[in-house]
Design a protein around this ligand. Sequence first.
Ligand code: TPP
Ligand code: MG
Length: 1018
Amino acid sequence: MHRLRTAIVRLRPLTATQTAQSLSQHRLLAEEPGFRTFRPVRYLSSSVAAEPFLNGTSSNYVEEMYYAWLEDPRNVHKSWDVFFRNANAGAPPGLAYQSPPPLNGTTGRASVQMVQPNVEKLVKDHLAVQSLIRAYQVRGHHIAKLDPLQISCVDFDDAPCAVGFQKVGYYGLSESDMDKMFRLPTTTFIGGNNSVLPLREIIHRLEMAYCQHIGVEFMFINDVDQCQWIRQKFETPGIMQFSLEEKRTLLARMIRSTRFEEFLQRKWSSEKRFGLEGCESLIPALKTIIDVSSQRGVENVIMGMPHRGRLNVLANVIRKELEQIFCQFDSKLEAADEGSGDVKYHLGMYHRRMNRVSDRQITMSLMANPSHLEAVDPVVQGKTKAEQFYCGDTEGKRVMSILLHGDAAFAGQGIVYETFHLSDLPSYTTHGTIHVVVNNQIGFTTDPRMARSSAYPTDVARVVNAPIFHVNADDPEAVVYVCKVAAEWRNTFHKDVVVDLVCYRRNGHNEMDEPMFTQPLMYKKIKKQKGVLKKFAEKLIAEGIITPQDYEEEVAHYDKICEDAYTRSKDEKILHIKHWLDSPWPDFFTLEGQPKHMTCPSTGIKEEDLLHIGKVAASVPEQDFTVHGGLSRILKGRANMVSQRVCDWALGEYMAFGSLLKEGIHVRLSGQDVERGTFSHRHHVLHDQNVDKRICIPMNHISSDQAPYTVCNSSLSEYGVLGFELGFAMASPNALVLWEAQFGDFHNTAQCIIDQFISSGQAKWVRQNGIVLLLPHGMEGMGPEHSSARSERFLQMCNDDPDVFPKLTKDFEVRQLYDCNWIVVNCSTPANYFHVLRRQILQPFRKPLIIFTPKSLLRHPEARSSFDDMLPGSQFLRLIPDDGPAAARPEQVKRVIFCCGKVYYELIRERKNRGMDDTVAVIRIEQLSPFPFDLVKVETDRYVNADLLWCQEEHKNQGYYDYIRPRIRTTTNRTRPVWYAGRDSAAAPATGNKQTHQMELQRFLDTAFDLEAFSGKL
Ligand SMILES: Cc1ncc(C[n+]2csc(CCOP(=O)(O)OP(=O)(O)O)c2C)c(N)n1
Ligand SMILES: [Mg+2]
């Protein structure tokens, strides 16, 4: 079907001569004493003809001697050793042979006689056979019969594929060599118990191992043991055997898979379901992976998958009750949960049950996911990592992940690559993921030749040395075998592995689509293609394993199960999305799934705890540990602050993390360069200046019974890492999981995670998540990048109504938090940052928290907080009122400036300079969303004679203005206008010119304090 390009030079096998040459050159360059040199071809060739003792009948004997010598020189008589050494060293004709040393120790030389010159060919042919074997191992998959439709013509750049009976000439072998015996190298297992085989048999066995329905791609793996392991699994004669029982089970699974889709098709022929037809063997594939993993000790499997076959996986792999699936097709059912829900093929699932093969309990979850293909990959990995972390599974022996992919998405989506690159990083590894690709050779309407530049859709996996097992999905036995090997691989080496199910899509992209519009020939072929279940059943009947009647009975049995469930599904009156939760938190909520209370305890902590944590933050709690001089000064500065009972930003964060850890809450901070902090303010990991890789994390020295602290520099990825942390946060509500962007604007490369999961996840999947995003933000003359965390985007996605003034109940503050889709804050003080982090855990539910964090404020002398603001009784301030002369005589105030973040400090400096402290009040809205209507109302009511203004340093079409303005208007019942002082509307977030930056700042400060600026402008 398609013709693809690949770097053929890389793949072409070496011929015997090339091998010999490269080997001899290599040895010439790197000859080590004590090692045998290997130059047999060229040097033996010229000399053997002249050796006196060689003749035609001795060649077999010579060959034996030669191989024995190659193995170990001590295997042969000294005289042979000397001969081979001399020959290898290039002794002139007739001089390689030396008589055995006489007893008196002198050497003698025999006379030259005629010999048969066949040793050269012998060695050459053996090398040729070795090359041939290697070529099969490297390239056998090129000619394997992988495509059930037989239309794929991946031609690997038109290069001759030098494997196959007809290709032996390529190696200098010929038909006449076919029945000669060849010794097999140790890098093959095709011999079974034989160490020599005729060439014909060697090729036959290689064809059986590498060129049937399984194509194994693994020779790029750098680890010799791993390559040997794979060779053994696929080359050993007769290794792919199934018992009668296994074959029957496989048939039963194929029946379930096939009949499930047929049942849905019969009942709801016009509903989209993204059926599995054409890849029905996916179900036995997954079940095999789970069975084998469970036998190997895995107790918890976390899965992520796209649309294709999802309902089938839910029904037949996870074992969701069929009636729960069927009732999703009933459009009249009423939704019982809050939130807007999602379509049936996106919902998640969690189920614990007995695995019948292993006889052990196993928990399986399928993560809910958006339509955005592959976006769930890092989320699954994060959740898997968290589950491993919480159960102390440091090697991935008990918890593992399985990711399913479509061929087009696997090749096309960059997140796949980002996720692969997390796979071997200490703080992100899940110790091996099994990837299964439903490679139906089409993406919606696009052919592979238009969809990717690589030969296979799976080439991306090669970057992490993952073996790739391509398999013809029309051969269920081959499928089950590779899945068994994949599961064993993962549970042996704890590395990723890919199963590429080469199949087809029997219908259109969904059941409504007409595929003949775009792939007419492919679909003509598909129409003629016999279904895989039918083919497999016929095979088993022909083998006498089942009778036609057995088959019919098994089919009828499953059809009845479906029919019964269908009848029961009609009794369902209400749709509970709650039943589709992939990560329940059983102890966190009441039995009805509600928060246990609707209050938030004080987030302050005791003075002694502040002092203790402060001391730890200022210390190096390891013996003989040399820290950098500059860092010593920073630690000293912290100690000074502690003695003065104040915190800067970094210390405020320390207090929040440290106190939560002390209370048993795990804290995990991840992102680019977070250990030190992009702005060199955090320093949570100290590095010994004299000992390589010796580090110290003082935060883990707070108390003996504290929860562990994880701080980890991530790979340079936002999409992957944010997705990962979101998944980590999903596993447990009792952890503070934070992702920090290097600069806030970089979050947009993870936009899909933000839009699809963080902002809307709870509404779609009734699943709460307490992830925290730290987004450095601020206009500091640094240019259009590195300035804006795009607060406008986050605020635009908040679900609160700008036009409705809410009912101010007693629990308004906490209720508002409960109802929102996420919390957006911009704190102006370290104490408030401290409180909001602690509130995130102490509140009785979980919501994502977006924090715009400062840059220059990190070191601003005024941006400090007293311990007093962090003591018991203190709390997060959603709004910070003016507490100066303006507040003392509010009726005299002419203007109220509302603002947030760093601009506050610029405003109060300007106000002071202008002597307007009593006429202008400056009020900080620290919690932007949900909007503190109650507190804003108090302020607007207090300053009755003032006009109201929103001041921001961002451009008018950006920042907070569009969010804030209607809400303040609603608060005042639209009786008072809300004026604007800030930068003009613009396309870019900030100017690249420092002077312009300053000018803009001054201009909007002038407006903010010009009390006449808006007069007459109503
Ligand atoms: C990120 C993203 N882009 C585009 C789409 C629209 N889309 C849905 S399915 C599909 C084709 C997927 O092809 P493939 O990965 O081969 O899966 P298949 O449907 O063939 O099983 C596309 C483009 C999407 N869902 N997600
Ligand atoms: Mg596809």
